[in-house]
Every structure is written in C-alpha cells, then in structure tokens.
Design a protein around this ligand. Structure first.
Ligand SMILES: Nc1nc2c(c(=O)[nH]1)N[C@H]1C(S)=C(S)[C@@H](COP(=O)(O)O)O[C@H]1N2
Ligand SMILES: [Mo]
Length: 381
C-alpha cells in the first residue's frame, strides 16, 4: 500500500475537469504577451548598457527608460501566476510516459519533450533570477545581467518553437464554444479560474509598479526599495560598499577632465561654475525609479574646458572599482543641456551614498550608468 502510494504520478492521476486546451490556450496567449513585452524591454535595456555601433538610444523623453524598465520588471512579475496556472493546466502531460521504441514517433516525442524541458527550464530561470535580482539577493556566482540575457535568448527560441508547434491546437481550442458553467466534479468554472489568475496578475502589477505611482506607494509590497536612503532617494550601492574613503572625497578631491587640455577641478571650482537645476529620475534596472531634483554643472560646460569639440563619446570614471564604476556617455547625451555633473540633490549637498562630491545624472539613462563618485571624465575622440 505504502509502496504503491509512493510511485510517481501518472497522467491519469490528474483529474481536475478544469484542465482543457482552451484554458491552456488563453493563459498561454497572456503569458506569451507578457514574455514578449518583457523580452523587448529587456533587450532595450541590454542594448543601452552594451550598445553596438548601430544602436542609438534617444536622449529623451527623460522618462522613457523609466517606462521601459518598469514594463520589464512588471511583466516579469506578472508572468509568475500565469506561468504557474499554465504549468498546472498541462501538468498531466509531464507524466505521460513515452513508449520507447526504435520508431520515428518515439524520436519525435523525445525531441518534443526535450524542447518543453528547455522552455520550462529557461522560463523558471529567467523569472527566478529576475525576482531575486529585484530583491537584491545575489545568490549565484555568475554576473547576473549576462546570464539573464543569454538565457532570455534560449527562452525566446523555445517560446517561438513552442508557438509554431502549438498554433493549430490553440486555434482549434479557441474556436470551440465557450463552456461557462463549472464542469461536473468541481465548483470552480473556467471563467472563475481565469478571473482569479487575472486578479493575481493585477495585484502583483500594482505591488510592483507602486513605487512609480505615489498613490500606490503604500500598498506596493514588492517595491520595498522605494523611499529608503538619504535625501528621499533609494541607494543602490553605498559609499562604504563601494570602498569610498574620506581621503578620496576630502579637501584633496579633484575632478580631472581630460582631453586635448586636461583640467583638475576642486569642489569649490565646480561650485563656482554656472549651476543648473533639473528634475530627472533615477531608474534602476532592478525596477525601482524615482524622480529627484539635481543641481550641478552641465557636462557640456566641463567638456568645453578641454577645447575638444569633435569628440565621439565621453568616459565617466568613478573611485569605485566595481562593475558600475565606469560608464560611457554618447555624444548627443553628453551635449544635452540636462546632462549634469550633479553636486546637490533635492536642495542639499549630495549625500556620500548618492555620489558626493560629484556624480553623473542624465536624462533617459539606466540608473546603473548614472555614475557616482566621479574622479575623472575623459573625452574619447
Ligand atoms: N560608482 C558607482 N556609481 C553607481 C553605482 C555603483 O555601484 N557605483 N550604482 C548605479 C546604480 S545601479 C544606480 S540604480 C544608481 C543609484 O543611484 P543612487 O544610489 O544615488 O540612488 O547609481 C548608479 N551609480
Ligand atoms: Mo541600479
């Protein structure tokens, strides 16, 4: 008896009459839309951070990246309940035994099972690493963005193949007249199951998006990062974590602007230059974003000190030797009037955790490229 109960489940063990090709199709389409939006916005974020020669990200509107990255993280989160219900709806198939014979049918069945394994595996990997990244739990030995990006292509390929194979099934299933009542043997109708899944998706979307919409901030439990940090702005990496020393940012501080001419500027030098104040968001790749008021020197004004006008791009170098200690600013953004070397935030001298004495802030740019603790700016011709 015990032994019998311990055997792995069989296809026939799954009895819920709620499972149907129609349910699987409807949820599958929703999941397909969520994954597509997530992939496109993820690809945009990747291209901005690792731009190939042909790619040009516009300098505005300043909130565009905030929106694309918000869509990326939200669609990723919303895909969790969709993925769960989708897998539940086809669960019996995973326990279907393939009769192993030296036949074409066996071959095809095994290949299909293999591609499904890739599909489910890569989907789980992407969603899981995404969630853990949003929670800032780096539990893995690899550099998250690279692996998340590569697996996204595996997932995209698996999804494309899956859609191509299943399209006829989906079309047939959706042509069937809708069954509204609860099927015999259950009290839940398919419509209720779908409504429940949709509700879960909406709750998660609100919980994720809330840090961008002040009215929702109080209920956004998945957006824990909002509001922490000095000067009313979250901190991604603190000065202590980045190993910034008091000597580096004390009275001996110099900002070197290097080009045909090289100038070393003290903090009082920077303060004496014309100041500009702009409202720009920090939009972290991890999903949180927040508007703030920044005051500082236009990057274009600093670059003018070098006498170089035909430069291709500009390199921002931080005291921080970590992965986000350097960034490249393309020429159009470097010359944009709102691109600042900021010295103050929300009316106060920049907190050390926000990049004191000087940090980059530019419109429509991922937070990861808004380099803090600047020590050197290099013109690249
Ligand atoms: N030097 C340096 N600059 C950095 C980082 C970093 O780790 N080192 N983190 C970046 C990231 S990922 C974000 S989201 C923003 C956050 O800025 P804040 O901490 O001032 O809010 O700073 C960016 N600038
Ligand atoms: Mo970030």
């Amino acid at each position: 008896m015990m032994i019998k109960n311990l055997r792995p489940p069989r296809e026939e063990d799954f009895r819920s009459p709620l499972r149907s090709p129609t349910l699987t199709s409807v949820i599958g389409i929703a999941l397909g839309i969520a994954f597509t939006l997530c992939m496109i916005t993820g690809l945009i974020s990747h291209l901005i951070q690792h731009p190939p020669g042909w790619f040009h990200w516009p300098t505005g509107p300043s909130w565009l990246y905030r929106v694309t990255q918000g869509v990326h993280v939200t669609t990723g989160m919303v895909s969790i309940p969709l993925l769960a219900v989708k897998l539940w709806s086809v669960a019996p198939k995973f326990w279907h035994r393939i009769p192993i014979k030296a036949s074409r049918a066996t071959m095809i069945a095994l290949v299909e099972r293999g591609t499904i394994l890739l599909l489910v595996g890569s989907a789980f990997f992407e969603v899981l690493t995404g969630i853990l990244n949003v929670a800032e739990a780096y539990l893995w030995p690899f550099f998250f963005p690279e692996v998340h990006y590569l697996m996204a292509w595996l997932l995209t390929g698996s999804v494309a193949l899956h859609v191509a194979v299943k399209l006829p099934t989906v079309i047939t299933a959706l042509r069937r007249p809708a069954r509204t009542a609860a099927p015999p043997g259950t009290t839940v109708s398919r419509r209720q199951l779908l409504a429940g899944t949709a509700l879960a998706g909406v709750v998660i979307a609100i919980a994720t998006l809330g840090d961008k919409l002040p009215a929702l901030r109080g209920v956004s439990f998945l957006a824990q990062r909002s509001g922490n940090g000095p000067q009313g702005l979250p901190v991604n990496r603190t000065a202590a974590a980045a190993g910034i020393t008091s000597a580096q940012v004390g009275t001996d501080y110099r900002l070197t602007v290097a080009g045909s001419r090289t100038v070393d500027l003290t903090l009082p030098d920077l303060i004496a230059l014309p100041q500009r104040t702009v409202d720009l968001p920090i939009a972290c790749v991890e999903g949180w974003s927040q508007l703030a008021t920044w005051t500082g020197v236009r990057l274009a004004d600093l670059l003018a000190l070098t006498g170089d006008h035909d430069f291709a791009e500009v390199r921002m170098v931080s005291f921080d030797a970590g992965p986000y200690g350097r960034s490249v600013v393309a020429r159009p953004l470097a010359l944009h009037p709102d691109t600042l070397v900021a010295l103050s935030l929300n009316g106060q001298v920049l907190d050390r955790d926000h990049g004191y004495p000087a940090r980059l802030i530019a419109p429509n740019r991922p937070g990861s490229l808004q380099t803090k603790w600047l020590t050197r700016i290099e013109v690249v011709r």
